[in-house]
Ligand binder design. Structure first.
Ligand SMILES: Cc1cc2nc3c(=O)[nH]c(=O)nc-3n(C[C@H](O)[C@H](O)[C@H](O)COP(=O)(O)O)c2cc1C
Length: 188
């Protein structure tokens, strides 16, 4: 019962406080900059959110893919992911952005894995010079909310201007995306 209550509270807060408010020092997103929406998705939720963002902002949609695979069995899969994260494993990427210099604004999407971003997203952040770029994180989760995802993404994105008005949504939820993007200065 206690577990059930804790889960309901986590879910409630995750759904209620999903889009954080912007603070004064944040970089405003520029409506007409060249935009990249880069994401990693294992089971499809983050991909759905990326596509919903893309529909409104336009720009280029990019799927982060990497070498390696995970077991089909869920527990074994999550244990492998846990080990990779604790080993700071950085898988070799198998997709690449041709000309990163053309983008001013980059949405970066990751599922929450064990409270942080996935190794594939870490590889992406460390493979490009993203310094000076406006980074807008979007995170999908299974009830834990943001946890350390955005903080870790911010640490790993060297010299980036990471907007703290991020998207943190349960599963493939896209309700609220239009308003969040409008707050950031994007309109269809
Ligand atoms: C390896 C693994 C670890 C996960 N860890 C967490 C977690 O710590 N907190 C959480 O809220 N959800 C966790 N989840 C759930 C995912 O964040 C959630 O299902 C997400 O939307 C999946 O995105 P995707 O479909 O794009 O892969 C985990 C899922 C996996 C596969």
């Amino acid at each position: 019962m206690k577990k059930l209550i804790a889960l309901s509270v986590a879910l409630f807060s995750a759904l209620t406080f999903s889009a954080h408010s912007a603070t004064a020092e944040e970089t405003p997103a520029t409506g007409n900059a060249k935009i990249l929406i880069a994401y990693y998705s294992y089971s499809g939720n983050t991909k759905e959110v990326a596509e919903a963002i893309h529909k409104i902002t336009g720009g280029d949609l990019f799927e982060i893919k990497a070498e390696g695979s995970y077991p089909d069995e869920y527990r074994a899969m999550t244990q492998q992911a846990k080990k990779e994260i604790s080993d700071n494993f950085r898988p070799k990427l198998t997709t690449s952005v041709a000309d990163m210099a053309q983008y001013d604004t980059i949405f970066i999407g990751s599922p929450n894995w064990w409270g942080t971003i996935t190794p594939q997203v870490s590889s992406f952040l460390e493979s490009y010079d993203l310094s000076g770029k406006n980074i807008i994180p979007f995170i999908t989760h299974g009830g834990g909310g943001v946890q350390n995802t955005v903080a870790d993404l911010t640490k790993q994105c060297k010299g980036c201007k990471v907007n703290q008005n991020d998207w943190v949504g349960y599963g493939s939820r896209t309700f609220g995306i239009t308003g969040w993007l409008e707050d950031l200065g994007f309109k269809k």
